[in-house]
Write a protein that binds this ligand. Structure first.
Ligand code: DLL
Length: 445
């Protein structure tokens, strides 16, 4: 194949499925209000936890204006945990055609559900996302998000098929094979976590593969925070245009918000997800332009509607229109969270999950440290844990067996391979205040 065959020329980003992105704002507000009314009724009738919360505040499930949303109760990750696995479902299980899951704060994941119609909505927001990134029929999309319970793989997959592109469902990992496919199949776009793509860049350099010589022209990167300097690095090393895509399982998966070619904030698909930014301490809604925690209400999803879900992601709603013409409001890219959730190689990890494993095993002491570094673009996780002097003076074989067991159990619980280093009692620095359990050396560039 020649380069001319495989590299579709830049076309305007308008795709018929993107029409809702450009609806005049007053019309969009009407639609949001109509959908909000319906979803509040639906949740009130079908979700016990929501009904109880409303009743305990003497709130009727009636919404007069969009401003009324500020009176509704929040939903949190703890609610998902407490109702595990299916307690927040608002439709009978036979209408649920898919579930996904993501890490919870403890050993159990949180479970999310989709009806057939919910999946169609998800595909539609992913089609609009990919269209905003300039993708269209004829593109060849290598989907390196993980397939499985994680929403990244299947979310991007259906979006890519929906836009009429050719999808390569390669999933994550197996870097050399990724590079082979990237080159041999004439791939024009890649979907992956930004750090995994950095890793691909590094490996390509090692193998002497010049990514700039390939037809690859777009990267759709998300599932973890990244920065503008990472974007510059990616773009100058590969010649592609890098787009930020945001989403979370609880709300739908990827496709909650995406950048347009202006790269000045992410447009939120407001016709399906109503955004607010609140002060994470007081819960008060903040005006546009002020930084706080993103709170999202699903306006159309039936299997698991969420009202005022506290994402813990910190952002700002950007004032003013975007030159691209989309009327959807924009949020600044997510740089950090207000809780302790870590994202390692795109996987959500809570230190409490690791702690639970360490404390269960005999011979360990409750002093540990989690170190995260980045080598060749790939996140590395090391856990240092103190063991009793008795274990430490045991045979070397016993120490090795203990660390192997910890590596296995941690991998099973969080889904990531780690290095476990067992150290002598009192090796790990004690803190005078809060213990510093996590040392994240990945930096911000
Ligand atoms: O990460 C969904 C996704 C898949 C988004 C693929 C984009 C691409 P969860 O595993 O539930 O879902 O993790 C959601 O990841 O609350 C953020 O903290 C973080 N996150 C997701 N996208 C971005 C992004 C998927 N573009 C959590 N920038 C969210 C920064 C992001 N953080």
């Amino acid at each position: 194949m020649t380069r001319a065959d495989t590299r579709p020329h830049a076309r305007p980003t308008f795709h018929p499925a993107s029409a809702p992105d450009f609806v005049p704002a007053p019309r969009l507000r009407e639609l949001q209000l109509a959908r909000l009314r319906a979803i509040i009724q639906h949740a009130f009738v079908h979700v016990e936890l929501f009904r109880q919360r409303m009743e305990s505040r003497q709130l009727a499930p009636e919404v007069r204006s969009l401003a009324d949303i500020a009176n509704l109760p929040f939903t949190t990750k703890v609610d998902l945990r407490d109702t595990y696995p299916f307690g927040l479902f608002a439709t009978p299980l036979r209408e649920v055609v898919r579930v996904h899951a993501s890490s919870g704060t403890t050993g159990k994941p949180i479970v999310v559900a989709y009806t057939r119609q919910d999946l169609d909505i998800w595909t539609s927001v992913m089609v609009r996302s990919l269209a905003a990134c300039g993708l269209h029929e004829g593109d060849i999309i290598q989907n390196a998000y993980g397939y499985g319970l994680f929403t990244g793989g299947l979310g991007a997959h259906y979006g890519a098929e929906g836009i009429g592109a050719t999808v390569i469902p390669i999933s994550g990992g197996n870097t050399d094979r990724q590079l082979m496919v990237l080159k041999d199949f004439g791939v024009t776009a890649i979907c992956s976590t930004p750090t995994y793509f950095l890793h691909l860049i590094d490996r390509a350099v090692q193998l002497g593969l010049d990514l700039k010589s390939l037809p690859l022209r777009v990267g759709v990167f998300g599932a973890e925070p990244w920065t503008d300097s990472m974007r510059r690095h990616i773009e100058s090393a590969t010649g592609i245009q890098a787009f930020d895509i945001y989403g979370l399982s609880e709300i739908i998966g990827p496709g909650v918000a995406v950048e347009c070619p202006e790269h000045d904030g992410l447009h939120i698909f407001e016709d399906h997800f109503y955004p607010e930014v609140i002060d994470p301490e007081t819960g008060e809604a903040l005006p546009e332009g002020q930084e706080g925690e993103l709170v999202l209400t699903t306006l159309s999803k039936l299997a698991m509607p969420l009202v005022r879900y506290r994402t813990r992601d910190i952002t700002t709603l950007l004032p003013g229109p975007c030159p691209c013409g989309r009327t959807l409001r924009r949020m600044r890219r997510i740089g950090r969270r207000s809780d302790d959730m870590l994202i390692i190689r795109g996987v959500n990890v809570y230190p409490s999950q690791i702690e639970a494993v360490l404390l269960e095993v005999e011979g360990t002491l409750p002093h540990y440290q989690i170190l995260i570094t980045r080598e060749h673009g790939l996140d590395q996780l090391e856990i240092q844990v103190e063991v009793t002097s008795q274990v430490f003076s045991d045979r070397v074989g016993a120490l090795e067996a203990l660390s192997d067991r910890l590596v296995d159990t941690i991998q099973r619980v969080i889904g990531i391979h780690s290095k476990v280093t067992l150290v002598e009692p009192r090796t790990i620095q004690r803190s005078e205040g809060k213990a510093k359990r996590v040392i994240d050396k990945r930096g911000q560039s």
